[in-house]
Structure formats: C-alpha cells, structure tokens
Ligand binder design. Structure first.
Ligand code: EPZ
Length: 423
C-alpha cells in the first residue's frame, strides 16, 4: 500500500496547473448514458474515481474510450445499455456510482443500483435522491442492499414537482438527469448551486436538454424525446486549486495556481485573506498566493455553495494550526468530518473537538510523524501539515488521495516540496 514520505520545511515556489474537476467529470460521464450518440469529454482528471466510473459504464456495455492523446479526453457512447445495474463490487469503491441511477431511469424507465453505504465522513444516505424520483413518478424499492427504480406503467418517467428538503449536490444532478428525458415537465426546488451542477446543466443543454434556471435553486426541465451527443470541456477543480493555495500559504511560499476559475473560489479566497494570506488574481484563470506574512486565526463555517466548501475544511484546519490565536471551525454538512484532527494532534497540533465544532489553537510547531489518511480531503490536509512540519512524515493509505488528486506528489515536487511515493 503506497504512502508518501515528506520532509517538511520547504517554502513552495512556482506554478501548478489545475486539472479538471472530479466532481464535474463523474456526473458528466453518467450523463452519457442518456444518449445513444457519442459524448466527447475534455479536461478529464486522471484520478481513480474516473477509472472506476469508466469500469461501471463498461459493465453496462457502454463504449468508453480514452484516446492516447490527449489522455485527458474521454469518449463515451451508450448506443445500447445491456445491463441497467450498478453492482455492489463497483459501487462500494465509489459512492458517486449512484449518479447512474437518474440517467438509467430517465433513458430506460428502470434501474437497479447498489446502495453506496456510508464512508468515513458520514452515513451518506441517498434518501433524498429516492424521494425525489418518487415525486417524479418512479416506483422505488430497496432489497438486498440495492435500490430498484422503475416507471410503474412502463414507458418514460412522467416528471413532476421535486422539492429537496435538504440541499444535495449529487441528488440535484441525479434528478436533472432523470428529468431531461421525462414525459413532461419537472420543477426542482432547493437545487444545489455548486459549479459542478452548472457544468452538468451546460453539458445536458448541449445534448439537447431543455433546462431553465441554471445557477438558481429553482430549475425547470421540459422532457424531450431523445438527446444527441456533444463535446464538453470539464471545469477546473476548485478544490484542487484551493488545496494548492493553502499549500503555498502554509509553507510561506509563492505559488501561482494556473488554469483555475477564481470565481468558483470567492468564499475560500475571502477566508484566506482574513487569515492574513496574500492572494492576487493576475487574470481570470490564475491565482497567486505569496509572502510569508504572519497568519492570524479566523473562524470558518462550512456551507453549501457559494459558502465555504466542506471539501476545503480539512485543508483549512491544517493552515489554522499555523495561525496566531484560536480558530473555530464548524462543519455543517457532514457529521463526521474531523477525522484528520486526531492525526494532526499526533503531529503536535492543539485541537479540541466539540460535536460539529473544532477549536484550533496556534501557532504550533508540528513535528514530522507517521499518520494515516481516512478520506480524500483528510489525506490532502495531512500532506499540507507534513509540508510545514519539522522533519520527516509518512502519510499512509494515499489511495484516498489518488481518488481525487491527479499525481499530487509530482505537482508538489515541481513546486519544490520534498515528497515521494514509497510503497
Ligand atoms: C458531493 O457529495 C461531493 N461528491 C462531495 O465531495 C461534497 O463533499 C458534497 O457534495 C458536499 O459539497 C461528488 O460530487 C461526487 P450531498 P454528495 O448530497 O452529493 C446529506 C469529495 O471530497 N444527504 O450534497 O454525496 C448528506 O449526508 C466529496 O470530493 C442526505 O441526508 O453530498 C450530507 O450531510 C466528499 N440524504 C448533506 O446531505 C441524501 O439523499 C450534503 O450531501 C443526500 C444527502
């Protein structure tokens, strides 16, 4: 099992190019199930979850091609779908497999998808997805760890009024993909506003879907008979960009984050500036974090977009260990997303957890240690902590980080970090 060996203490310098967003590429790949024609996706990140989604689609006899050049392009064609089922052995390695449910029901009128189960950060239920499909006229049953959805009278989903009692990103994406081929109109209230949802809407519209209200929490979808193929470039990964901004800040370096979209990072940039981080925006696709000014404690509360992203909470906690004062971090989205805190405490951080709140007191000199990653963003935060710790650190179970970061050790090495992957 791979792990990273990191010698802390180097100030990062240089330019890093941001990859495509995993959380936009995954629904985009699932959306290809909606058409018999080829969908060409560009700027796909080369991360493990993408490979898993490709395997899942291939299991359904969907053609998935990654041309040799460029390796970040992907062509998917669901001319025929042999098996409208997402099996447990694939779903258990990637919860986002639930994103095949909506398009399969939309296109075929039925689907059987393994329930994803929980993960380290929480129970991760999909009840809101299923309730919304029922509101659209689907019949839902759960048996033997699978959810089966079907249109009772056969044919296509009627569509209907969906009100999400809680904002859900993949729930919104699933229902959008079920609605675009429905037999009537679907209105979705309290829809998620994340940029990845907007990116999916753009792809669906390119495929011929009729969707109004993109960018707002009220969406209206007129079902159409058929969707055609399309070509679409995936948006840059705002969480990867945010992670590298923190890497520059925590090491007091000068890092240029290129090929990103600063408008997707407004709340993070504001919070980093409040913490005393120097951030400049030389153009619409670049951010620069520079200088090693003294960091000051700031409170953070994670919220749905455009609030502070929960996927940046762990990374911010690492930075807070170096800030002067007490930072109160409140995690409002997931019930168990502080697993990285105990590992940081082993490195010398001063953190106390009280339910959904973590109080981080700094600055503390972190010592290089052996730590274990528990989930994707926790592993990123432990790498950040190791970059500023004194001495050598080992971060175990880096398969978590490989799920959502493309060759992070190579990108960090190019910025001067002493990091290598050892097995
Ligand atoms: C998406 O997960 C992202 N994953 C997550 O990124 C991200 O952390 C999350 O949105 C929040 O922004 C992908 O897009 C593939 P939710 P998702 O449904 O859709 C509860 C990463 O690090 N809920 O918006 O699963 C849920 O438990 C990952 O890349 C229900 O109760 O998140 C959570 O508390 C981690 N019932 C809250 O809603 C449901 O049916 C928000 O979850 C669905 C969700």
């Amino acid at each position: 099992m791979d792990r990273f060996r990191i010698a802390g203490g180097t100030r990062l310098q240089g330019t890093v190019r941001i990859s495509g967003a995993k959380n936009s590429a995954l629904p985009a790949m699932a959306a290809a199930l909606l058409s018999p024609e080829p969908v060409h996706l560009k700027n796909i990140p080369r991360v493990r979850d993408i490979i898993t989604m490709g395997r899942l689609l291939a299991h359904m006899s969907v053609r998935v091609e990654t041309p040799d050049l460029p390796p970040t392009d992907l062509t998917i064609q669901a001319e025929k779908i042999s098996d409208a089922e997402a099996p447990y052995e694939l779903v258990r390695t990637m919860r986002a497999s639930i994103l095949t449910l909506g398009p399969l029901v939309g296109r075929l009128g039925h689907a059987r998808v393994s329930l994803p189960g929980g993960c380290a950060i929480g129970a991760r239920p999909v009840d809101l997805h299923l309730k919304a499909l029922e509101q659209m006229g689907a019949e839902i049953s759960t048996e033997h760890g699978y959810v089966a959805a079907r249109v009772p009278a056969g044919g296509r989903l009627p569509g209907g009024q969906v009100i999400f009692e809680k904002i859900t990103v993949t729930g919104t994406e699933n229902i959008l993909m079920a609605a675009v081929l429905a037999d009537g109109e679907t209105r979705i209230e309290n829809a998620a506003l994340e940029p990845e949802v907007i990116d999916l809407i753009e792809l669906l519209v390119k495929m011929g879907a009729r969707i109004e209200g993109g960018g707002t929490s009220s969406l209206r979808v007129q079902g159409v008979q058929k969707l055609c193929g399309a070509t679409h470039s995936i948006i840059p990964d705002r969480i990867e960009a945010g992670t590298f901004l923190v890497a520059g800040a925590i090491t007091g370096g000068a890092v240029e984050v290129a090929e990103c979209l600063p408008q997707h990072l407004v709340s993070l940039i504001a919070k980093l500036r409040e913490t005393g981080v120097n951030i400049e925006q030389p153009n619409d696709h670049t951010l620069r974090v520079c200088g090693s000014r003294k960091l000051i404690a700031a409170d953070v509360r994670t919220e749905e977009y455009p609030g502070f992203p929960t996927d940046m909470q762990a990374q911010f906690m690492a930075l807070a260990t170096q800030a002067d004062g007490a930072s109160v971090i409140t995690e409002t989205i997931f019930e168990n997303r502080f697993l990285h805190a105990s590992e940081m405490m082993r490195m010398g951080a001063s953190i106390s957890i009280d339910g959904r709140k973590a109080i981080v007191r700094g600055p503390t000199r972190l010592q290089g240690s052996s730590v274990i990653a528990s989930d994707l963003r926790a592993s990123a935060s432990l790498v950040l902590a190791a970059l500023v710790a004194q001495g050598m650190s080992y971060v175990d179970r880096v398969y978590h980080i490989d799920r959502g970061y493309e060759r992070i050790e190579e990108k960090l090495s190019r910025l001067g970090a002493h990091i290598e992957r050892v097995s």
